[in-house]
Design a protein. Structure first.
Length: 386
């Protein structure tokens, strides 16, 4: 048995780190492959150090490019790896281009694929991530979901429930493992702000940063919020390029920062008064931390963060953002609860199921659609539709 775990970009690292750790703990033969989709130190290297991940066994070095260029480079480079090393299963996470490309490569070679964070749907096919999710899910032998909506979505698309495992959220495993260290470092001190006294904002999605008018409007909203409280803005590399071209000016209380390492950003998020973001992962992390979150999008693939968590969708009405911030400042924000199985043990359930599926095996638990599960939550078997 040889398990190949794949990482590619910043969001993948937090999802895969606890799985890699659990594979190591059980001494299961494994390779860690980094496609190199994120390749600079701030977006890649430092995450390996801070999450305690081993150095990748293989680095494909695909770099950036258009969606087609990047996907094609991953397909050819990962095929070379698979042909030479013949992994028993390839484990991919999330929804970046490398996720779909590695799943497609493995499936065409007859290698089993496991998808961590399966079943999420925004129902917006203009998002490249949505296409990557759909392709990866329908190629996967095992689909590990993070919330109940994922189970329903996969069943509605005709995927047999025996392939679906409601395992919980591996990103929350990483958060819980590193939360206290992140707080101990008190990253807000170096920025001259007080805990619970600042807003934190991130932007990177094309719908927000590729439209000059939209980006200017969002920076304008952030500037007005900065009149009430300091606003910290760690700027994604592609967002920084757009801001530089626009020559946007902002008040001193809106701080444009370099991308932060994992622990520094986690510490800032955990003590923010409010977070404004278009990131899917940050919606989940703020819900786990109980921090008010405004999602600067008109849809989300993570409805649990809205239904039970601390997240609110802003939509296209940017004026509504300031009203929501005022509401939050008055203490009128929903408290939220943590979704089921976001308990810090998702990786154990993932590796349990992988071992069982490959026969490596002291696993005696029933399949996911049974009502009596060994550490896994049941969901109702649904009718398959064609």
């Amino acid at each position: 048995m040889l398990i190949c775990t794949v990482v590619a970009a910043r969001p993948n690292f937090m999802k895969m780190a606890p799985i890699v750790e659990e594979l190591q703990r059980r001494d299961i033969p494994r390779h860690l492959v980094h496609t190199g989709q994120h390749y600079d130190a701030a977006m890649s290297g430092v995450f390996f150090d801070e999450l305690g991940m081993p150095a990748p066994d293989f680095h494909l070095g695909v770099g950036s490019g258009t969606h087609a260029q990047q996907t094609a480079r991953v397909l050819t480079a990962f095929e070379d790896y698979c042909v030479e090393h013949k992994p028993t299963m390839v484990v991919v996470a999330g929804d970046v281009n490398s996720t779909a490309a590695c799943a497609l490569t493995a499936a065409k070679l007859g290698i089993a694929v496991a998808h961590v964070e399966a079943g999420l749907r925004s129902f917006d096919r203009s998002m490249p991530e949505e296409l990557n999710r759909i392709v990866t899910d329908h190629l996967s032998s095992l689909l590990f979901t993070t919330e109940e909506s994922g189970n329903r979505n996969l069943c509605r698309e005709g995927i047999d429930s025996s392939r679906i495992c409601f395992a919980g959220n591996c990103m929350v495993d990483s958060l819980r493992s590193h939360e206290q260290e992140a707080l101990r470092r008190a990253p807000w001190k170096n920025l001259g702000v007080e805990p619970n006294g600042y807003a934190l904002i991130t932007l990177h999605r094309p719908s927000n940063v590729d439209c000059e008018e939209r980006l200017q409007a969002l920076v304008g909203v952030a500037s007005r919020i900065a009149m009430q409280m300091p606003v910290l803005f760690p700027v994604h590399p592609r967002t920084r390029e757009k801001l530089f071209r626009l020559r946007i000016h902002a008040p001193a209380s809106l701080q444009f920062l370099d991308p932060h390492p994992y622990l520094a950003f986690l510490g800032l998020m955990a003590r923010a008064r409010v977070v404004l973001t278009d990131s899917g992962g940050i919606q989940e992390e703020t819900t786990a931390l109980g921090i008010p979150c405004l999602t600067l999008r008109s849809n989300t693939e993570r409805p649990a963060t809205i239904e039970t968590g601390t997240n609110v969708l802003v939509g296209d009405d940017l004026d509504h953002i300031e009203n929501l911030v005022d509401q939050m400042a008055r203490g009128e924000w929903k408290k939220g609860t943590i979704p089921p199985l976001w308990d810090g043990h998702a990786a154990q359930r993932v590796v349990n199921r992988i071992e069982a599926s490959l026969g490596g095996v002291r696993w005696t638990g029933p399949r996911i659609h049974s009502a009596r599960l060994h550490g896994l939550r049941p969901f109702h078997r649904c009718n398959r539709t064609r």
